[in-house]
Design a protein around this ligand. Structure first.
Ligand code: ZN
Ligand code: ZN
Length: 259
């Protein structure tokens, strides 16, 4: 039997195939060089109402389309091969089914077919499970960075959805959702990566064999899941140093974003 280790993971990552700022291949190199074991690419697939708003404004909707979903999958498979060869990192195809109209976002991990975001949540979850993928409720509570648009539907109905999901994000980027922890739901973290600086955020550590099926099972069983905060450079807690350290951090983040 393959050995079980604590694997550094991230199951919530966007690229410029939706609204992320980076190419898929750059994302793979970033995570590979940081020593990640397993990541999942989860670009947005938006509902029709939200897409129409963009189209009415003559903007290109930053969405994965049903018609081009197989191109999306093929791109991820190609990069997954390279990621394994160069970094021994597993890359899993996913989607963030994003319904801004009905105020919910959820992740499908190890998706094989397009999932229609215009369905009811329970039908979306059924669809995900029928593909042997797993369903994660993402940023299910108030998120600091998005105060004007809380995706609160899943939390409003959490009693109903509690066990339908395989796990709930208890942490998303810098936010911690205490309410999810208090309910003792199956939990997970995700960086909701859109740009370079987001790699420094809450991540899940999962104790499992290093293969997709074992990792999915470990998320579902949720016994050996831990939270880990990947930090760039801790800001010095000493009061006299704090200001300098903070501005150093800003500077290096800026350089990172530019490079
Ligand atoms: Zn989201
Ligand atoms: Zn997201």
């Amino acid at each position: 039997m393959e050995q079980e280790n604590w694997l550094l993971c991230d199951f919530h990552i966007h690229t410029n195939m939706s609204d992320g700022h980076m190419d898929l291949s750059d994302v793979i190199d970033l995570y590979g060089q940081k020593g990640f074991d397993v990541i999942c690419i989860t670009d947005h697939a938006y509902d029709k109402h939200t897409i129409k708003i963009w189209e009415d404004n003559n903007e290109i909707p930053p969405t994965v389309w049903k018609d081009t979903f197989s191109d999306y999958l093929h791109k991820i498979w190609d990069e997954a091969k390279r990621a394994w060869k160069e970094y021994r990192m597993i890359v899993i195809p996913g989607l963030e089914i994003s319904n801004n109209h009905d105020l919910f976002h959820l992740l499908a991990i190890d998706v094989k077919e397009f999932v229609d975001p215009n369905q009811k949540v329970e039908d979306i979850i059924r669809d995900i499970h029928s593909q042997d993928a797993i369903a994660i409720a993402c940023h299910p509570h108030l998120k600091d960075s998005e105060p004007e648009m809380p995706f609160i539907h899943l939390w409003n109905e959490h009693e109903k959805y509690a066990t339908m999901f395989d796990a709930w994000e208890v942490a998303n980027r810098d936010d911690l959702f205490n309410v999810v922890g208090l309910k003792k739901f199956n939990y997970i973290a995700g960086s909701d990566f859109h740009e370079l600086r987001h790699v420094y955020s809450w991540k899940p550590l999962i104790k499992s064999e290093k293969n997709t099926e074992a990792v999915k099972e470990a998320i579902t069983l949720n016994q050996n899941v831990a939270l880990y905060l990947l930090r760039r450079k801790p800001v010095d807690a000493g009061t006299s140093l704090r200001k300098n350290a903070a501005s150093e951090l800003e500077k290096s983040l800026e350089q990172d974003t530019l490079s």
